[in-house]
Design a protein around this ligand. Structure first.
Ligand SMILES: [Zn+2]
Length: 631
C-alpha cells in the first residue's frame, strides 16, 4: 500500500500546487462552446485568417497542397426530365480513389457557359428518402410545411439539385465517402468507427484512425475535403461551366464540407453552408472531425474565413438555434462582414420552427441567395417545382459497363501507403528554402505555439511556480538565484539527466510525472480526432511549457541557453529547440533513439498528430545539426 499512498499524496500536491493551471480542466469536446470573437480591424483579421487557414490545411492533410493528378472523369447514362438532365459521374481524386455522383445540367446547357453549384450532402446521403409517395414520411413533411411535393419532395437532395439545374446552374451532387456509389472505404469505417483495430495499428500496413495515420494527418475528414476540392476541379473542367461563377451549398455534414471549401479554396464566389454553423455542437461524426482541426477555433470562425463573399445559412431548432443570440455567431459574423463594408452579404434567417433540415423552405432561401449572387436572372420568388424521381437504374453510377473499383481493408492500407508516399515526395522535392519555411510553419501548427508567440506572453515567477499569464498555464520550476551572473543557463529536463546540475533551471513539464494513457474526452468512440481535434496533446503541452521557460529566461538574461534532456525528454527538447531557433545554443540528449514512427497508440504520452508527416525527429535533428549532442 505504501508506494500507492505516496503516489497519491504526490499527485494531490502536484495538482494543488498548480491549481490554477487551465489545463487541469476537463478536455474540451465537440459539445463545448465555440464563440467567434470578431477582430476590431481588418489588419488583425488578416493575420488571424492566415494562421487559421494554415491550421485547416494542416488538419485536413493538405499542407502543402498535394499535386492534382488527372481526374480521368467519365460521364455516362444521361436521362432527361423537364428542364434538366442527369448524368452519372466518376473520377479519380487521387489515382485509383474515386469520387462518384450525379451531374445535373440545365436544358440546353451546352449552348452557353453556365454558373455552377457544388452540392456536398450530409448524413442520409444523396439518396436520402423520406418515404414513398403516399407513405407517412413525405406526407408528414408536407403537413408541417417542410416539403411541398409527394414525389420530388421525398428526396430533398435530388430536389435541390434538380431545381438549381432548372434555374440554369450546372450542379454536381457527389457522394461523401461511404455513401451510395462511393464504397471503397465503407460507411461503417467512415461514419461508425468506434473501436481501434489492432491489425491496423502497426508501424507498417496501418490504416485510417491509427496513430500512424493521425501522425500523418490522414482522416476521413481530410480525404473528404480533398474529394470536395477535386469536385470543384471537375466542375471547372466542364465545357458548359463558367469558372468565375461557382457556388457551394450543403446541409449538416455537407454544411461542414461547404465551410471547409469556403475556407480552403478560392473558387467559390457564393456559399450556403446550412445546419452546421454553430457555436455549440461542432459535428458529431468521425467524418466531421480531425486532429488539430478546432483547437482554438470553431465552426463560426471557420465560416468567417469566407468573408466578405456572400454566404447564407439558417437557424433551426437544433445546435444552430443559438446563432441568433448575440455572442453566439450570427451577430459576430455580421460584424466581420461590416468591417468589409458588406454586412448584407451574410444572412441567417430564423427557421427555428423546423428541426435540423435542408427542407423546401430553407432551399427557397438558398435559391434566392444564389439567384442574386450568381446573377441567375430568375424572377423572384423562386418556386421549386415537382418532377419524377430517378429510378435505381437511373441513379446508380456503377453498372455492367462501368465496374466499381476495388475497396475494403487491403485497399484502405494501399491507399494510405500511396498517400504517405505522395506526401513524403512532395516535402522532399521542395526547394530548400521553401522546405524550411513549410516545415517551421507546420511544426508551429502541430505543436500549437511558436517561439514568437511564447515571447509575446506575460510571465510571472512566484517561488517555484512560473505562470504563463497569457495562457493561464503554470509550470513548476526550480531556478538558481545567481541567474544573471551565470556564464550560461542550462535547462535540465528529467531527473536522469547526467552531471551535477545544481545550478540548472529545472522545470517540471505538464503532467511530466504521470505515466499511462493521456487525457481524453468522454466520447466512447476510439477516434483521436474527438480529443485531439479540440485539445493539444500532452507532448504539445510539455513543449509549450519548455517554450515558456525559454521565453521567461530570455526576459531575465542574455546568457546563452542550453537544454540537457534525460531519457524520455529528447522529443520535447528537440522540438522546442527547433522552434526556438537561435535562442537555444546547444541541446544535449542522453538518447536520440525515439521516433514518433514507433508509436502505435494515440493514447501514448508522446503522441503528436502530424509529427511523422513533417519529417519526424530525423528532420529536426538534421536541422539542429551540430547544436545537438549526445551525452
Ligand atoms: Zn459521418
Amino acid at each position: 500500500m505504501k508506494p500507492l499512498l505516496c503516489l497519491f499524496s504526490l499527485s494531490i500536491f502536484f495538482l494543488s500546487a498548480l491549481a490554477d493551471d487551465i489545463r487541469n480542466s476537463p478536455p474540451k469536446d465537440l459539445n463545448g462552446f465555440f464563440p467567434f470573437d470578431p477582430p476590431s480591424t481588418l489588419e488583425e483579421w488578416k493575420k488571424r485568417k492566415a494562421d487559421l487557414t494554415l491550421r485547416l490545411q494542416v488538419a485536413t492533410g493538405l499542407y502543402p497542397m498535394p499535386p492534382k493528378t488527372p481526374l480521368n472523369a467519365v460521364i455516362h447514362g444521361k436521362i432527361t426530365r423537364p428542364g434538366f438532365t442527369v448524368e452519372k459521374v466518376y473520377f479519380e481524386s487521387v489515382p485509383g480513389f474515386f469520387v462518384t455522383g450525379l451531374l445535373f445540367r440545365p436544358e440546353n446547357s451546352m449552348t452557353k457557359k453556365c454558373p455552377a453549384v457544388l452540392n456536398p450532402h450530409g448524413h442520409g446521403g444523396r439518396l436520402q428518402d423520406h418515404g414513398k409517395s403516399g407513405g407517412k414520411g413525405v406526407l408528414k413533411q408536407i403537413e408541417i410545411g417542410a416539403e411541398k411535393f409527394e414525389e420530388s419532395g421525398r428526396m430533398p437532395k435530388i430536389a435541390r439539385c434538380a431545381t438549381l439545374a432548372r434555374l440554369g446552374c450546372v450542379t454536381f451532387l457527389y457522394d461523401m465517402i461511404g455513401y451510395a456509389d462511393n464504397l471503397q472505404l465503407s460507411y461503417k469505417l467512415a461514419h461508425q468507427f468506434s473501436k481501434r483495430r489492432s491489425n491496423f495499428e502497426r508501424q507498417k500496413d496501418w490504416g485510417l484512425y491509427s496513430a500512424q495515420a493521425e501522425m500523418r494527418m490522414f482522416s476521413i475528414f481530410g480525404l473528404q475535403t480533398w474529394n470536395s476540392i477535386r469536385a470543384l476541379d471537375f466542375m471547372e473542367s466542364l465545357p458548359d461551366v463558367d469558372p468565375a461563377r461557382i457556388a457551394v451549398t450543403g446541409g449538416s455534414g455537407g454544411g461542414t464540407q461547404t465551410i471547409l471549401l469556403g475556407a480552403l479554396d478560392d473558387r467559390p464566389i457564393a456559399s450556403f453552408p446550412n445546419g452546421m454553423v454553430s457555436s455549440s455542437m461542432q459535428g458529431g461524426c468521425t467524418c466531421e472531425n480531425a486532429s488539430l482541426l478546432r483547437i482554438g477555433t470553431g465552426n463560426v470562425e471557420m465560416t468567417a474565413l469566407f468573408a466578405h463573399k456572400p454566404q447564407g445559412m439558417t437557424a433551426a431548432d437544433d445546435w444552430t438555434r443559438e446563432m441568433l443570440i448575440e455572442g453566439k455567431g450570427f451577430h459576430e459574423l455580421k460584424k466581420l462582414y461590416a468591417l468589409y463594408g458588406k454586412p448584407e452579404y451574410v444572412i441567417c434567417p430564423d427557421l427555428t420552427h423546423f428541426k435540423h433540415n435542408y427542407n423546401y423552405v430553407t432551399r427557397a432561401i438558398m435559391y434566392s441567395w444564389f439567384n442574386r449572387h450568381l446573377k441567375l436572372g430568375h424572377p423572384e420568388p423562386v418556386i421549386e417545382q415537382d418532377f419524377k424521381l430517378l429510378s435505381k437504374e437511373e441513379h446508380e453510377v456503377w453498372n455492367g459497363q462501368h465496374s466499381p473499383p476495388e475497396g475494403g481493408d487491403a485497399y484502405e492500407r494501399r491507399l494510405m501507403a500511396q498517400l504517405d508516399e505522395r506526401d513524403h515526395r512532395l516535402l522532399e522535392n521542395l526547394e530548400e528554402k521553401k522546405k524550411a519555411e513549410t516545415m517551421i510553419k507546420a511544426w508551429q501548427t502541430i505543436v500549437g505555439r511558436s517561439m514568437e508567440d511564447a515571447l509575446e506572453h506575460n510571465y510571472q515567477i512566484e517561488g517555484n511556480k512560473l505562470t504563463n499569464q497569457s495562457m493561464k498555464e503554470e509550470i513548476e520550476l526550480q531556478i538558481p538565484e545567481n541567474l544573471p551572473s551565470a556564464p550560461k543557463i542550462v535547462v535540465l529536463l528529467g531527473a536522469s539527466a547526467k552531471k551535477s546540475m545544481d545550478q540548472a533551471v529545472k522545470p517540471v513539464l505538464f503532467r511530466q510525472n504521470q505515466d499511462g494513457p493521456t487525457e481524453k474526452v468522454s466520447n466512447s468512440r476510439e477516434f483521436a480526432g474527438y480529443t485531439h481535434g479540440y485539445n493539444h496533446s500532452r507532448l504539445a503541452r510539455q513543449i509549450h511549457d519548455l517554450l515558456s521557460v525559454i521565453a521567461f529566461l530570455k526576459s531575465k538574461t542574455d546568457q546563452p541557453i542550453e537544454i540537457h534532456a534525460g531519457q524520455g525528454f529528447e522529443a520535447q527538447a528537440i522540438v522546442a529547440s527547433y522552434l526556438a531557433g537561435n535562442l537555444i545554443n546547444k541541446v544535449i540528449v542522453e538518447s536520440s533513439n525515439f521516433r514518433f514512427s514507433q508509436i502505435t497508440n494515440h493514447h501514448a504520452p508522446r503522441f503528436l498528430p502530424g509529427a511523422i508527416k513533417y519529417g519526424d525527429l530525423d528532420f529536426l535533428i538534421q536541422t539542429l545539426g551540430k547544436k545537438l549532442k549526445r551525452s
